[in-house]
Design a protein around this ligand. Structure first.
Ligand SMILES: *Cc1c(COP(=O)(O)O)cnc(C)c1O
Length: 501
């Protein structure tokens, strides 16, 4: 329901019931919100109320004020999705008005919306996956390892232009192995982008190392070269250069590699590129994830392609990838008996899941196009609102996958306005999220050093103002229109500020 459709639901108490029937038909929501002279919700009128008026042979001139009524059930703006769901269920009703502190209607939530949830990023299977999985069954290759694992590694590595890949159980496992391969040991420090999902840096803790967090820059939302430079200068003064730098490519977009990589080279520190969110993106024509000594992808359920759960470590160094495979299979030595000299992990991807991955890889290019189209539709639909919000930028030379369409709100009280927008979307069963909460602000990493982009803290600003919108490649136009309508209304409400107050 967009703003005009909502306005159509508002009628005065003085309206004759026959005219209300006409309006009800036009508005097609099965309910009208009847307001008094001060704009407060006096009652609701449903199809049933009008049918009963008809059966009673009420005179045409009888007004809505004269129809029998009960106190309408309403919720306040702060009501959560589950509170609303419960209310609708308990009373067996199909819609509930949302009112502000003065009792004026702000919104209407329907049970139909609640039953048709729109997800942030849902899995999207193609047509070939089941053939690969069936093949795994038929050939009895259900065990971990097998021809699909080899095939998936080869095909993915080729797709991103890197020589070798090791398929593992998750992106997190790939990062853990990557850190170990780069020599991260207890007591070491590791630099890492602060604005990211915790999986980028949990493995630093698995290694007993200490993270140092680097801020984002406004141009890319990714690691700030200026902040990285200052972190290196500090580390050198302290006489403790990091063992490696984890550069994250956020929300489908590469970091500024031409600025970041020379810095790391100057200090002789290798890069682990966390491309979990950016498979399919390019930077100056080269695949995201192919820039670091080691690159990491994720095939978790919400990523651009999925194996339901899985990850891949890629590198041009054959020995490094071979070692990743060994560590991922309990570090078994090449001996017929089971010989072990170092600690290993059970991190290998199964042949069945690799089959899904091979099918998904064939639709990756299409998925990127679809996600970019989703972004384009949002951008086009909200043209004219540039004063209120800014899209995640895509500088020249970058090609983002728009894995998630992200925006940041502009202006005062952004945190409250962001929350209001998120609450409005959630109330209509639309899953949207704040931008990642920076790692240097997480209790888990309390006390970890942080280097800001400039005098401010840009990743925190993005966290306060940023919103990720539903962006799945299988989002229908109709679903997206629902998101756009609610987003527009939420932005308008947030502007007026009346719902917050
Ligand atoms: C999803 C993700 C990971 C981890 O991937 P899993 O496969 O879920 O373990 C790592 N880093 C980032 C930035 C991610 O978004």
């Amino acid at each position: 329901m967009n703003a005009e459709q909502f306005q159509q639901l508002l009628v005065p108490l003085s309206l004759p019931w026959v005219q209300a029937a006409v309006r009800m038909d036009e508005a097609a929501q099965g309910v009208l919100l009847v307001v008094d002279g001060a704009g407060r919700l006096a009652r609701t009128v449903t199809d049933g109320d009008l049918r009963r008026a008809l059966l009673r042979h009420s005179p045409d001139t009888q007004t809505l004020a004269e129809l029998p009524s009960r106190q309408p059930l309403v919720v306040r703006e702060s009501a959560s999705f589950s509170e609303i769901q419960q209310l609708l269920g308990t009373h067996g009703i199909s819609h509930v008005p949302v009112v502000d502190a003065q009792g004026r209607p702000l919104d209407l939530v329907t049970s139909r919306e609640l039953s048709q949830r729109i997800w942030l990023s849902s899995p999207h299977l193609g047509e070939e996956e089941s053939a690969f999985v069936e093949d795994a069954f038929k050939s009895n290759w259900i065990a971990p390892l097998g021809p699909h694992v080899d095939g998936f590694e080869r095909e993915l590595a080729a797709h991103v232009g890197v020589s070798h890949g090791a398929a593992v159980t998750s992106g997190t496992a790939a990062i853990h192995l990557g850190l170990l391969l780069l020599g991260v040991r207890p007591g070491d420090t590791v630099f890492c982008s602060s604005l990211t999902f915790v999986a980028s840096c949990n493995p630093i803790l698995y290694c007993g190392a200490k993270p140092v967090f680097i801020d984002s820059e406004p141009q890319t939302w990714n690691m700030s070269p200026a902040a990285l430079q200052r972190a290196f200068e500090w580390a050198q003064r302290e006489g403790r250069l990091p063992r490696c730098v984890v550069i994250v490519n956020l929300y489908g977009q590469s970091a500024d590699m031409d600025a970041l990589l020379p810095l790391c080279e100057r200090y002789g520190v290798p890069v682990l590129e966390d491309a979990a969110e950016s498979l399919g993106a390019t930077y100056k024509g080269r695949a995201s994830g192919s820039f670091g000594r080691i690159g990491v992808y994720s095939f978790n359920g919400n990523k651009i392609i999925t194996t339901s759960g899985g990850g891949m470590l890629v590198a041009n160094d054959a020995a490094l990838v071979e070692r990743a495979r060994k560590l991922a299979t309990q570090a078994r030595e090449p001996a017929a008996h089971y010989e072990h000299v170092e600690v290993g992990f059970n991190y290998r991807m199964s042949n069945v899941l690799a089959g899904i991955g091979r099918g998904q890889l064939r639709v990756l290019t299409q998925r990127v196009e679809q996600r970019r189209q989703v972004f384009e539709r949002y951008r086009a639909a909200l043209t004219g609102l540039e004063g209120l919000l800014q899209w995640m930028p895509e500088p020249p030379g970058y090609r983002s996958t728009r894995w998630l369409t992200c925006l940041s709100l502009k202006g005062p009280a952004v945190r409250q306005r962001r929350d209001l927008v998120l609450r409005t979307l959630e109330r209509h069963s639309i899953e949207a999220r704040p931008v990642w909460k920076p790692m240097h602000r997480q209790p888990l990493f309390h006390g970890a050093p942080f280097f800001a982009h400039d005098s401010g803290d840009f990743s925190s600003e993005l966290f306060e103002a940023g919103i990720c919108l539903p962006s799945g490649s299988n989002l229908t136009q109709e679903q997206q229109s629902r998101v756009i309508d609610q987003l527009r209304r939420a932005l308008a409400l947030a502007e007026v500020g009346r719902a917050i107050l």
